[in-house]
Design a protein around this ligand. Sequence first.
Ligand code: SF4
Length: 493
Amino acid sequence: MISKTDYILWRECPKNAWLKINRPTIYYAEALSAFEQSIIETGNEVEAVARRLFPTGVLVEGRDEKSREQTAALLSDKVPTIFQPVFAQNGFLAAIDILKRNELTGEYAIYEIKASNQIKEKLHLYDLAFQYNLLRMAGLPIAEANLLHLNPDYIRQGELEITKLFKIENVTEAIKDLSETVLIEMESAKSYLGQETEPTGPCSCIYKGRSSHCTTFSYSNPQVPAYSVHDIARIGVSKAKLMELIDGSIYDLANVPEEFKLSEIQANQVQTYISKRPIIKADKIAEEFRGLIYPLYFLDYETFPCAIPRFDGFSPYQQIPFQYSLHVVEKPGEEPQHFEFLHEGSDDPSGAFAAALKRDIGKIGSVIVWNKKFECGRNEELALRQPASKDFLHDLNSRVYDLMDIFSKQYYVHHDFQGSTSIKYVLPVLVPELSYKKLAIREGGTASQKWNEMTIGKVSGAEAKKVATDLKTYCALDTYAMYAIWHALLKLL
Ligand code: SF4
């Protein structure tokens, strides 16, 4: 049986889909990341809320033989709305998010729920066309095909208004136009994925940058080292350059010819890798730091992107800032003092967050962050929800200095940064005694997920207390790391 998910994966990459079905131990070798898990959980949550648009719907559980029998029974009873009915026909399988019967004509409408703010045509229409074809194979008269997705313009005020939260787009004509093409593709997918011997031939991602690679890349390309020419900064958009290297069997950065044309940023990355000598532009770093005004406020936010707006003033996927850590150096040569805020309740943190910031950050002094677009963006949004703090938040934004600039402007380049400007790569080089490795929470995605679990009551008691402690430890390291990196740089000047 080729499921809708298999077909979509096959469209993205036939080889990867084949491995998923025929070599699951390789395909599933890596555990899902916190980010991937949150995508699944968010999808389930959005689907559950969207079903409230169809209050009489009957849910079919599972995907097995019993579910198919239940589906057949509900269809024969002419049940007006069915959630997740399961169909299997001609070697294809799918569960339909919502199937609605028109009582007058006896025809059906399909609704595919997407937990996104807009339609992605190349993905969502093909997904729906698969279902359209399958239902027609099963003999169901289909009059309508719809995509039901979140409305990015909806801003919650008071009770959640489900009819405004979602947009329903009737894409019947587009699906009809696409259905023949998709039918041919479905048959191709079935025969490709059904072949017993592993498909041979090159893995096309060998010509793409690292961010395009799937989890089976190293299995299909054992000749490529873990850190390779695919990791050269922005090489994915310099397609001709990458192709030239790969066609010359150059995978290791050490083998990139000296005369090979690269941008300055790329060349610096390769050069430091080969020479193992960092590039440090002390005069430029000093110039940047001369603009800093004491007290220095090292600040970092943790946020949760909530698909279904939980509080007033939020739209779908708008980030909820729920925590910050702050290290303050009052005067040159002084040790930093630590301040923090973590909202542990289930209500909106916005008011308390803004008030705590006002309490902890004085009117004078530079606010040092890592990747200022993020913190400044959250401050802009917070100012809209908390007008009384607007002037303070705008002033705070005007005082922000982005410490990441030292690394993105390449005033400091080290081969162990591996072309990244993430603090997770910079810290071990500049301050090796500090590490995230032993922490229970080591990155922002997990922090976000844990805070959500704690505040929706998924964990409670001692477990919730532990989550709060872990969150504080993690965020505190983020700002202490910034302070320590700044301090280490200062010692070089
Ligand atoms: S790395 Fe790319 S081409 Fe190779 S299997 Fe994965 S998705 Fe397909």
